[in-house]
Design a protein around this ligand. Structure first.
Ligand SMILES: Cc1ncc(COP(=O)(O)O)c(C=O)c1O
Length: 547
């Protein structure tokens, strides 16, 4: 498994290209939806599906004959090249099914669509942390702070925190633009939180608050990539923000493979090979992306491995882009999250000799505040003139949204022992994290019980990424339906059960292997039904295609 050398790397890129090409050729989801019968043909969704599918194809027909000035032939080709599977074709089909379910309940063998495609916890019933929402509410509706009833309704530390935050905002106006890096008082709080986490100093001027981690990643890609000659070493499988962003900014993705056989291990020897291979093709590799804990793969890196990664980046002159948005999501006692900043500083690498960007988000962890769009990047080891350019890029967007900024400060500085809301905060936090761990374990065991499926343990993050050995007949049926085999499986799963998962081809995988990504986020009471539906579907799928 370790030995996926240049040719296989190229194979993967080619495979991705082929599928990309195919997906452009076959935009309509029709092929797989018209595929073999569902477990309960009497309640087949095909009749009602055909209605909205025909409306989709009408649209594409009129698109191609349009006399409007913008067509697929004259838009930026980088946009066409960019793909983002977690919100791709299968999700579009699911959304249409969901619409149709409202009026055609009896036509389907399921009552609801269960979105296991994206790490969006609150959309699946996770409750927000009360303290965070109290502070946000008070900051946004400041007159509440003058009402006597507020003291009965809100915790004292939320009231105190809201005052503290408002005092750092000019005019106490959360509806005003802020400094382009984010409100200084909030950056002070975040820097103190990083320092408490790592035991090494953090500078508020290194922090850029952003609307979630995604814009921060785009900003770094925009900074580093000038042309296809600039490359970014990226894990395969990877979260497709990276491949999409590299494509949009016109650079080259240089893949390195995580080793499924060793729990999605990251080997320095593979990094070296891929780096040398890219260099031999004239690509200047600018940075290494590491996602820890991993998405979609769920592994948590060991500290020793992290030290090797830091040393590798230092030796090779690479920026380390450390995606640490799942830093709170570790579920196994034998693993612990260590920030790359802490690891680098422990090795004696500092501001002068090591370039590191760490991404954090309010969307993940136990808070799951995806819709609030908050996050930051901590940028260290860049010269002051480059920093000015990053600041200029941030200032083109004026600033990130203020609620997201406030939340980013709260997640890095939650209630402390002795605070009024500490006990309830801890109960909410531990309840969410222990439930996630339980759900991860139950789903992992269920997946490992299915014929032809193997699933590494979810040590962290929010996903399982099982490998599925598809029967040859299923692969041929997928080819006949002009779709990737894993996408074929996922569409059939959706049609039969209403469960939405994402095909492995959207994340990249070793050529010839097939996977899907499933979140661990449906609430506990839904898990038994998901396991049953999945098991029943899988059995009938394998029976249908068994050699
Ligand atoms: C690894 C990783 N990085 C970054 C993001 C972006 O998150 P956001 O923009 O919501 O902060 C996600 C979202 O799922 C992710 O999984």
């Amino acid at each position: 498994m370790r030995r996926f050398l240049a040719s296989q790397a190229k194979g993967l890129v080619d495979q991705t290209r082929r599928h990309h090409h195919k997906s452009r050729l076959f935009l309509s989801p029709l092929p797989s939806l018209s595929s073999p019968p569902l477990p309960n043909p009497a309640r087949s969704p095909l009749v009602s599906l055909s209605r909205f599918l025909s409306s989709t194809s009408d649209m594409s027909a009129s698109d191609s004959t349009s006399s409007l000035p913008v067509t697929l032939d004259n838009i930026n080709p980088k946009v066409l090249k960019c793909e983002y599977a977690v919100r791709g074709e299968i999700v579009n089909i699911a959304q249409k099914l969901q619409e149709d379910l409202k009026t055609n309940k009896d036509a389907y063998p399921f009552d609801e669509i269960i979105y296991c495609n994206i790490g969006n916890p609150q959309s699946l019933g996770q409750l927000p942390i009360r303290f965070f929402r109290e502070v946000l509410a008070l900051c946004d509706h400041t007159s509440l702070l003058d009402e006597s009833e507020t003291h009965g309704l809100f915790s004292t530390d939320a009231i105190d925190r809201a005052w503290k935050i408002l005092d750092t905002i000019p005019g106490r106006a959360t509806g005003a633009y802020s400094h382009s890096q984010g409100i200084k008082g909030l950056r002070d709080t975040i820097a103190a939180g990083i320092e408490a986490r790592d035991g090494f100093p953090a500078d508020p001027n290194d922090i850029f608050l952003t609307d979630g981690a995604s814009p921060a990643v785009h900003m770094m890609m925009q900074l580093l990539l000038s042309s296809e000659k600039d490359g970014i070493l990226c894990p395969i499988p990877q979260y497709p923000l990276y491949s999409a962003s590299i494509a949009l900014h016109g650079g080259s993705l240089v893949p390195y493979y995580l080793d499924e056989a060793t729990g999605w291990g990251l080997e320095i020897s593979d990094l070296k090979k891929q780096l040398e291979e890219a260099r031999s093709k004239g690509i200047t590799v600018r940075a290494l992306v590491v996602i820890n804990p991993g998405n979609p793969t769920g592994q948590v890196l060991g500290e020793e491995n992290q030290r090797d990664i830091v040393n590798f980046c230092k030796q090779e002159g690479l920026v380390l882009l450390a995606d640490e948005v799942y830093q709170e999501n570790v579920y196994v006692p034998d693993k612990k999250f260590h920030s790359f900043k802490k690891v680098a500083r422990s090795l004696g690498h500092g501001e002068k000799d090591f370039a590191l960007v760490s991404f954090q988000s309010v969307s993940k962890g136990y808070y799951g505040e995806c819709g609030k769009r908050g996050g930051y990047m901590e940028v260290t080891g860049f010269t002051s003139d480059v920093r000015e350019q990053i600041y200029k890029m941030a200032s083109v967007n004026l600033c990130s949204n203020i609620s997201g900024q406030i939340l980013a400060s709260l997640v890095m500085s939650p209630p402390k022992p002795g605070d009024d809301s500490y006990d309830s905060y801890m109960a909410e936090r531990d309840g969410i994290l222990s439930s996630m761990a339980k759900r991860a374990k139950t789903l992992e065991e269920a997946l490992n019980n299915l014929e032809g499926l193997t699933c590494n343990r979810a040590e962290g993050a929010m996903y399982l990424f099982p490998q599925i050995k598809l029967p040859q007949k299923a692969i041929e049926a997928a080819e006949a339906a002009k779709t990737a085999p894993d996408a074929f499986y996922c569409k059939r799963l959706l049609n039969a059960t209403g469960i939405v998962v994402v095909p492995g081809s959207g994340f990249g995988q070793v050529p010839g292997t097939w996977h899907f990504r499933c979140t661990i986020l449906p609430q506990e009471d839904k898990i038994p039904a998901i396991v049953n539906r999945l098991t029943e579907f899988h059995k009938s799928f394998m029976d249908e295609f068994r050699e």
